[in-house]
Design a protein around this ligand. Structure first.
Ligand code: FA5
Length: 337
């Protein structure tokens, strides 16, 4: 009997392992452990055994019965888990396609700016984000304690090292590298300011600096360059005006305004009803800065400008809050893909 019981147990466990769904599991239970199941029949047959064999045979059958019941409960749990999984995940559905990524709006605008200035022969020159006080301020004609330093709230890394507040320190780097050649470069990059974040101001943003150094460069060249860039970037009918301003590293200094692209100069909320939008700070490179870059100001002249990137992009694409650029919300970013 023991051998027969052993064979029955291993046959039952093998077939249990193959079961994948509830109905087959119930049928398995009926055929081994149910009222008319093989184990129940064996227990009933105990009475036919000689009295002295019954206790031992009874214990053996009960042990097999317990093992099969426990295996049944384990399999039942596994099948329920699989069932729940297949109810919540339809594994027959096709996979979600992963589409191609797209360029960030800032990158797209930067590339448009590169293309416009490339037409005028400006090459790209890159300078580091982490700068020294010397390059960010001192060599740009702002010695320590110069009040104009307050125009740029600064993230200091240490006493003498900072995150550049503008791309202008790259002017000195470019001059020192290109001297004694004439220069025509744009210097794109991130700038950082310890400023209140608002709809128009971030503490990190892009600028594109421009620098041209030569023998007969005048304010007219700066004006022509700004008009060409504004018309290429914002439309052929754009008007540009220069407004007197102050930067310690340019003399004279100007703010470059363009007629408002939303109201065509009529006056609206965006241009604060002036009809004009500021697009860049600019001017003729200050003689002290030329000298600091290694160029003799009696022989050389030059112009420089600093364009924002996000603010013009906001105007062009009607974006009301600069913070969208750094939130990484795909719903925003995909609109420009
Ligand atoms: C400057 O940074 C000067 N270095 C520009 C310059 C270069 C003048 C060369 C003369 C010669 P300004 O602080 O105005 O200037 O910044 C220039 C542009 O950067 C602004 O017109 C604006 O578009 C952008 N900008 C400035 N601060 C922020 C900010 N917090 N968030 C977003 N854009 C900003």
């Amino acid at each position: 009997m023991e051998e027969g019981l052993h064979n029955l147990e291993s046959e039952a466990l093998t077939s249990l392992g193959d079961i994948r769904e509830r109905k087959a599991l119930e049928a398995w239970y009926r055929s081994y452990l149910g009222k008319k199941g093989a184990i129940t029949e064996m227990l009933r047959g105990l009475g036919r055994l000689p009295a002295e064999e019954r206790p031992r045979a009874g214990q053996t059958i009960h042990r097999v019965k317990e093992r099969l019941e426990s295996a049944y409960r384990g399999r039942q749990k596994e099948i329920e888990d699989i069932g729940q999984l297949s109810e919540s995940v339809d594994i027959t559905l096709p996979g979600r396609p992963i589409g191609p990524g797209c360029l960030h709006l800032s990158t797209k605008v930067l590339r448009e700016i590169y293309a416009v200035f490339a037409q005028m022969g400006f090459q790209i020159y890159e300078a580091p984000d982490v700068e020294t006080d010397e390059l960010n301020f001192e060599l740009l004609n702002m010695p320590p304690y110069h009040p104009a330093r307050d125009m740029w709230d600064t993230f200091w890394v240490s006493d003498k090292v900072l995150l550049r507040t503008h791309t202008s320190p790259g002017q000195i780097r470019a001059m020192r590298e290109f001297y004694p050649e004439p220069i025509r470069v744009i210097l794109p990059g991130k700038c950082y300011r310890y400023e209140q974040i608002t709809a128009r101001s971030e503490h990190q943003f892009f600028q594109v600096e421009g620098l041209a150094i030569g023998h007969n460069i005048t304010l007219t060249d700066l004006k022509g360059t700004m008009i060409f860039a504004a018309r290429q970037l914002f439309g052929a009918e754009r008007k540009v005006r220069f407004r007197g301003s102050y930067f310690p590293f340019t003399e004279p200094s100007v703010e470059v305004d363009m007629d408002c692209i939303l109201c065509e100069g009529q006056g609206c909320r965006v241009c604060k009803h002036s009809g004009w939008l500021e697009i860049a700070g600019a001017g003729m490179v200050h003689p002290v800065v030329l000298e600091n870059g290694g160029y003799d100001p009696s022989q050389w002249t030059g112009f420089a400008f600093g364009l924002g990137v996000e603010r013009p992009a906001m105007l062009k694409h009607n974006i009301d809050d600069i913070r969208h650029f750094y939130r990484n919300d795909l719903r925003f970013l995909r609109q420009f893909g």
